[in-house]
Every structure is written in C-alpha cells, then in structure tokens.
Design a protein around this ligand. Structure first.
Ligand code: FAD
Length: 429
C-alpha cells in the first residue's frame, strides 16, 4: 500500500468524504482514513439542505441522491404548548429545491464513497484510526494511523485535513487552539415504532419545558429528546422509568410505545459547541466539526461541513495537484468560512440560552414542585423572534432561507481532471 499522497484526510464523515471526493476528482492523490468499518454506527444527523443538494447536482449526483430513501420537508412546524405554527418555510427558497430532505446519513456517505472510488487518485481506508500527526520541523507532513491489526504506520502527505469530527484527535495533535462555548443540553436518541395512523412528517414538539424532535425513517421514528447537560443519568436509572413517564407526558400519542423503552435502547449524545481560533497550521487544515462543533439546533452541521469541503477543494485542489505553495493559502479557508460558521453558532447559542435553558429549568422546577405539591412553575415567555414568526407567518421564510441555504453558500469551481471513466478505479480497503 502507498504511504505517500498529496493529501491525507482524517475522518470519513460528510466533510472528509466530500473533500476527498472533490480533490480526487480534480486529479489529486488523496487518502481518507476512517476509523470505523462502515457508516452505520454512532449517531448521525439526517438533514440535507437545499445548498447541499445543489452541490450534489453540480457533481452530477442529484439523480442518484433522489433515489435514496428520503422524505422532503417544505415547512418546519413546531407544536409548542399546544400551539402549532411554522418556524421555517422552505417553499420560497431560490434555486431548484424548495425543501430540505431527511436522508439517513449513512446512505449519503455510501453514495459519496462509491462515487469517489471511481477516481483513480482516491483511496478510502476503513478501520484506520488516526492517532497522531507526523511532523518535519514545524510542518505537519502526515498522520500516524492504527490499522485493523493494531499496527501503527505513517501516511505522508503534503497536506493533512482534520475532518475527524467534534473530538478531533488531529486538531489536538496539531496544536490548533480551541474556543469552547459550552452547550447546556444533551440529547437522548432512540427509536419508536411507526403506526399506520401516524403523520409522516418530521415533528418538533415542545411543552412544559420538554422538547423532542421525531424524524420519520423506514419503519420507525428516530426520536431526539433534549435534556439538560448531564441530565440523562436520572432519566435512565431504574430501567428508564422516568424517561418513559416524561416522554409519554410530552407525546401522549407515543406513550404506549415509549413504555417499552429500556436504557439499552437509548444513546446519550453529548452536544458541544466550539470553534478553533486558528483552523490551520503549516501542512494542516481543519474543516467541518473538527474546526467548529455544531449544536443540533437547525440541523445545519452536515451542510456546514459540506460547504467547508467545497471551499477547501476550490482553494487547494490545483496547488495540491500541481505542486503549488499550500501554507500561504491555508488561512484563507478560515477567512472564507468564519462568517457563516460564527453567525450560525451565534444563533444556536441564542436558542440554547433564550429558548432551551429557561424551558429546561422550567421543566426541572415543574418536576420539583409536583414532587413537593407546590405551585406550578410559571410559563416561560417566547423570545421575540419566535413570537414574530407566530404572528406573521411570512417571516418564517427568513429562518427557512437561513437553514435551507445558509450564509455564503459555496459552489464547486474546480473542474474534474478527466471525464469520469466507467467502473471503479480508486480503491476502498
Ligand atoms: C445530537 C446531534 C444531532 C445532530 N443533528 C443534525 C442534523 O439533523 N442535521 C445536521 O446537519 N447536523 C446535525 N448535527 C451535527 C452534525 O452531526 C455534524 O455537524 C456533522 O456530522 C459534521 O460532519 P463532519 O464530517 O465534520 O464530522 P462527523 O460527521 O463527526 O464525521 C467525523 C468522522 O471521522 C471519524 N473519526 C473520528 N475520529 C477519527 C480518527 N481519529 N481517525 C479516523 N477517523 C476518525 C468518525 O468515525 C466520523 O466518521 C447534530 C449533532 C448532534 C450532536
């Protein structure tokens, strides 16, 4: 197996797979190291937004993407304390898509991996965990990977891309400084069976301080139940009795299904919100969650990761392929992607602080007062933006645009190096 590439990518999530694909398509020899065997494990977000579908169209993958199991969503509605209204309206987005789509992320990643493997310069190494970076003086010149046998070896590259997600080992080893904003929530993630009488669209339900999102998948609902940071353990103690009770109270139509939940059925997802102060160092660039961990609010993390990958390929594919100076260019990626990232995170922090935290505190107080038979907790006032959207539905187009397209959407500018051949020519190990 080769040990020297133009570019080594750590992590085969949306950011790493798309960056690898785009670079290989432009004629760069690139290896993506993914620590898992497949894309099925772990929690993965499901929303693909209009800006990402536009990128897939630019790659000629629009039709293949449309054949994946999916559900389109034209409006995001919220059922809040019994009041039901639209918070984001995607029907007026510019461009080809006037909706967002729910697609199991593993199907999207499989699609990208299959397409990437048709380029001769592309290699995907599964079950290869990056454990360190390699340096020559101050410059990062590759990574140390642990292969499936447990043997470690070096993979060298002119550029190393850290796309290994929120817990990035590469950003840590590369010494990139992190700013942690903290997140007041965690998410409990579990499945409940569907019924013929159920609605078929994604639902966001909020009541008495409790919040859950339900995403329809083939044959089951994927449920995300928001809890205060560190609040999972008491809910899961004693066979998840408290979780079943509280979920049934929030969603009475799901109470009997939730009654069968046991702690083994529930994954606890640690939500983080952070951003690197510096996204690059000589020979090293961080993109996606490795550069800026996103909260699940708005379901925008995949799309920001995709936008980073497109911007990185636009900036670096040609100098990578033709031997140009890279280090001078690397800081430009941060200059380009900082604003969309920082704005999105600022909104997520507002939602954490002004919408979720007061309501989660309210839920806690309600639980406390019912235990002590004291007075019920007072209702928390909605923030102005939500009140405005509720009163004037036309305003829901603004969050629709912010979520569906985002700030400064990227388009692919690097042409493919060759007309794509038939069949596989890259490799996947
Ligand atoms: C609870 C929750 C819900 C969310 N819901 C949504 C949603 O609905 N929609 C949405 O758009 N976003 C959502 N997000 C955010 C979204 O999951 C991320 O922003 C997005 O996946 C980032 O993509 P990425 O490629 O940068 O990183 P990741 O998707 O985290 O991919 C990183 C990859 O690197 C691999 N890896 C990690 N370490 C190593 C290593 N050392 N060596 C090799 N490989 C490694 C991992 O296995 C993984 O495949 C959610 C986040 C949370 C926490």
């Amino acid at each position: 197996m080769m040990n020297y590439y133009d570019c080594v990518v750590a992590g085969g999530g949306p950011a790493g797979m798309l960056a690898g694909l785009l670079l290989a398509r432009a004629g760069v020899r690139v290896v993506v190291c993914e620590k898992h065997e497949d894309f099925l494990r772990d929690f993965r977000g499901d929303t693909v937004h209009a800006s990402t579908m536009a990128v897939l169209d630019e790659l000629g993958l629009g039709e293949a993407f449309a054949r994946l199991p999916h559900r389109d969503l034209e409006q995001l509605r919220i059922a809040l304390d019994g009041d039901d209204f639209t918070v984001a309206d995607f029907r007026h987005l510019p461009g080809r898509y006037q909706h967002i789509t729910f697609v199991p992320q593993w199907d999207l990643l499989d699609l990208l991996a299959e397409h990437a493997a048709t380029y001769p310069g592309f290699t995907l190494l599964r079950r290869h965990e990056v454990v360190d970076v390699v340096r020559s003086g101050d410059r990062v010149t590759g990574v140390v990977v642990r292969d499936p046998d447990g043997t470690t070896r070096q993979l060298r590259g002119r550029l190393t891309i850290a796309a290994d997600g929120r817990g990035s080992a590469v950003r840590r080893a590369g010494g990139l400084p992190l700013r942690d904003f903290g997140a007041p929530i965690d998410v409990l993630w579990f499945r409940l069976p569907t019924r013929r009488t159920d609605a078929t669209t994604a639902t966001l339900r909020m009541s008495a301080g409790e919040l859950s999102v339900l995403i329809p998948r083939e044959g089951y609902w994927q449920c995300a139940f928001v809890v205060p940071k560190g609040g999972a353990a008491p809910l899961l103690a004693d066979g998840a009795t408290a979780l079943r009770r509280r979920y049934g109270r929030l969603l009475p139509d799901f109470a009997d299904r939730a009654d069968r939940l046991s702690p083994q059925d529930v994954s606890v997802l640690d939500v983080r919100l952070d951003r690197l102060r510096r996204w690059s160092a000589p020979g090293l660039l961080a993109i996606g969650d490795a550069a800026h961990a996103m909260s699940p609010i708005g379901g925008v993390g995949i799309n920001l990761a995709v936008q980073d990958a497109v911007a990185a390929a636009n900036l670096l594919a040609v100098p990578l392929r033709d031997g140009g100076d890279l280090d001078r260019l690397l800081p430009r990626l941060q200059l380009r992607r900082w604003l969309p990232t920082a704005l999105t995170q600022a909104v997520q922090r507002q939602v954490h602080d002004r919408v979720l935290t007061p309501r989660l505190l309210q839920a806690k107080a309600a639980a406390g007062s019912s235990a002590s038979a004291g007075p019920p907790a007072e209702a928390v006032k909605l923030p102005l933006a939500l009140r405005a959207v509720r009163r004037a539905p036309i305003l829901a187009r603004l969050p629709g645009r912010a979520v569906g397209i985002g700030v400064l959407p990227e388009h692919i500018h690097v042409p493919p190096e060759r007309v794509q051949g038939l069949g596989r020519s890259g490799s996947s190990v």
